[in-house]
Design a protein around this ligand. Sequence first.
Ligand SMILES: [Zn+2]
Length: 330
Amino acid sequence: MRLDIAALHRATPIVDGHADTFWRCLREGKDWTDPAADLRVTLPRLRETGVRVQSVTLFTEAAEHGVRATHEALRIMGHILAESRRAPGVRLLKSLADLDRTLAERDTVGLLVNMEGASPIGGDMRLYEAFHDLGVRMITLTHNHANEVADGCGVPNPGGLTPFGHRLVTRMFRDGVVVDLAHLPDPGIRDVLAMAQRPVVSSHTGLRRLCDTPRNLSDEAARGIAATGGVVAIDFYPGHLQDPATPEPCTLDRLAQVIAAALDLVGARHVALGSDWDGFDSTIPGLAHVGDLPNVTALLLDRLRLSPGETAALLGGNFLRVLRECFPNG
Ligand SMILES: [Zn+2]
């Protein structure tokens, strides 16, 4: 790590808005505390790199809809709870006080539990309350398929929020659970933005400007998220950064172009990072795991000519501001 980047990482709390690491740990029998584990995110690497808040998902697939989704999400939640007790210096972030304590302690890593797709809630507010009590503090309203909350971005001619979706999002704003618009198609995004009472995020996304797929944010959606005070967190999945038909492999240069476009669109206070690590196979050369984040910091400083302050905001400060504005006190 270059000296100034190492110093910046030490002084900057880094936030990664999205990783499927515990889903993968359960599926593949891997241990995230093992430095040699074949995972993109491991606890030793988070510490070494200076990531202080890692969002981790309760991810369920379309085939797991209904009771199976609830079951699978509870299994991953149980694993996260057990790991947060077992691994030293790890804290589940449920409140502002948890966040403050975590940042005040030198080597503690905070886990922000994100339900990716609201299928496990099954349209039942009691299940939302149960997951909330267990520690879920961010919900990506849909994955690509439809659920009880809204249509996902993979649905042809999608509609917006369902009546239950309206109730759930209202409740999330009240409780301070971060509303995540990744995977949500335009009508759902418009519905949420029209009722936003706190900052909202897209936790892992590309931009339609540079890769035109319904999964990526339109200019209008990105600006709408910024208008709530929220963040557009750019992910590292090549299929979101450039057209998958592009013959050239995706590079760090391409990631720099997407981040530059995001900066151009919403400004340095509203761009963040959400790697999507452990959720896909193909990676960008030089960006294989969380230990490679200094290469992104180098892009921000050297290629995009951001100031150290803007770089720190993009690496973590912006996402932390959203958490502070959303999380309940105590
Ligand atoms: Zn995703």
